[in-house]
Design a protein around this ligand. Structure first.
Ligand SMILES: Cc1cc2nc3c(=O)[nH]c(=O)nc-3n(C[C@H](O)[C@H](O)[C@H](O)COP(=O)(O)O)c2cc1C
Length: 337
């Protein structure tokens, strides 16, 4: 019997297989089902900076309106100005906490340090066991260079961490020039974990309609290797940072690979949406089987065994691997001719 118990950012989880951010958390019954299937924690869908900014705007409107009119003037306010997104999210969090007995991680999604970050404190007060801060940033300003983007994001992380006493993991895009250095800087700003990676939902171009269209499809395991690469490097180079793998976990083998590369937990979103919350049990059991087959008595024993420091050939994670891989193709082509 292998031991799947895991410590993640100070939280004790019964399993490192957890539900990743997405719509499942909006349905307490589905979340309960995922937990019954063995999920060690639930990450909620995100509350967006834009939603909170709207809410703040609504609050200002109300204050202005009340200043202009008498005490009954509240009745003049357009109902639509009151976006209850933030409050609705708190209610959802409370419902989720009642439904499950595992840690619930609230998700904030934003890129600028500002008034909205005080919501982190509200989420903690409402019972969130941790926060995941999703930095979904798209660079469109040519005057803001990479160093400035990272400085802004680090300041945001510091502000969110400073607003709460619960642990914070930062969900990153796969596109940083120097990921280990940036992750270390986030750790310095107080983040206890990093989640690799954010999935970038790139729009599609429709030439017939002459439109740029939103596009969402579920992941496949093809997304896993880029995560494994980052995990292998970060787990070796940024000690003490708890790593979550998000992207391409569809089977127990994938979970085992991520842990071998240094993940503390694996987050599962697409697989639960495609196959239902019970898919967590398949992945959890597959992980246990992989550990057993490899002679590992716990997930901890496997963790990081193939990372940049510990792999039998660490150059497999470096530039040298690129050179050899291309070389390998050449010899395959040579064999064919
Ligand atoms: C329908 C859907 C909704 C999602 N919503 C969120 C979200 O609210 N916040 C977030 O950080 N990630 C969100 N994600 C991204 C997932 O958390 C995850 O990072 C990504 O899908 C890769 O993991 P997977 O291969 O297990 O799906 C969403 C993904 C999908 C497919």
């Amino acid at each position: 019997m292998v031991d799947l118990a895991t410590r993640w950012m100070g939280l004790t989880l019964k399993s490192p297989v957890i539900v990743g951010a997405g719509p499942l958390s909006q349905d307490p019954d589905a979340a309960r089902q995922a937990v019954e299937a063995g999920a060690g924690a639930i990450v909620m869908h995100s509350l967006f900076e834009e939603q909170l900014a709207e809410e703040q705007m609504a609050a200002h409107l109300m204050i202005d309106a009340l200043a202009d009119h008498d005490a009954e003037a509240g009745g003049f306010l357009p109902a639509a100005a009151f976006s209850m997104d933030g409050e609705g999210y708190l209610a959802e969090l409370a419902a989720l906490k009642r439904a499950v007995d595992v840690p619930v991680i609230a998700s904030l999604n934003g890129i600028s340090a500002g008034g909205w970050t005080h919501y982190a404190g509200k989420l903690a007060a409402a019972g969130a066991d941790a926060l995941e801060l999703n930095l979904y940033d798209i660079a469109i300003d040519f005057t803001e260079d990479a160093a400035a983007v990272e400085a802004r994001q680090t300041a945001l992380v510091r502000a969110v961490v400073g607003a709460v006493a619960i642990p914070v993991t930062v969900k990153l895009a796969p596109t940083y020039t120097a990921l280990p250095a940036f992750a270390a800087r986030l750790q310095g700003a107080g983040a206890q974990g990093v989640t690799v990676f954010n999935r970038l939902f790139d729009p599609r171009v429709d030439l017939d309609a002459l439109e740029v269209q939103r596009h969402l499809e579920l992941s496949t395991p093809a997304e896993l290797p880029s995560r494994l690469h980052a995990l292998a490097i970060l787990s070796a180079r940024v000690p003490g940072l708890d790593l979550a793998c998000s992207g391409g976990i569809h089977a127990g083998q994938h979970a085992a690979q991520a842990i071998a590369c240094g993940a503390t937990v694996v987050q599962v979103t697409s697989a639960t949406l495609a196959h239902g919350p019970d898919r967590i049990a398949t992945i959890r059991d597959g992980l246990a089987h992989a550990l057993d087959a490899g002679g590992y008595r716990s997930a901890d024993a496997l963790r990081g065994i193939l990372n940049l420091d510990r792999a039998p050939d660490p150059t497999a994670w470096t530039r040298l691997n690129y050179v050899r891989t291309l070389d390998g193709w050449r010899s395959i082509l040579n064999q064919r001719t």
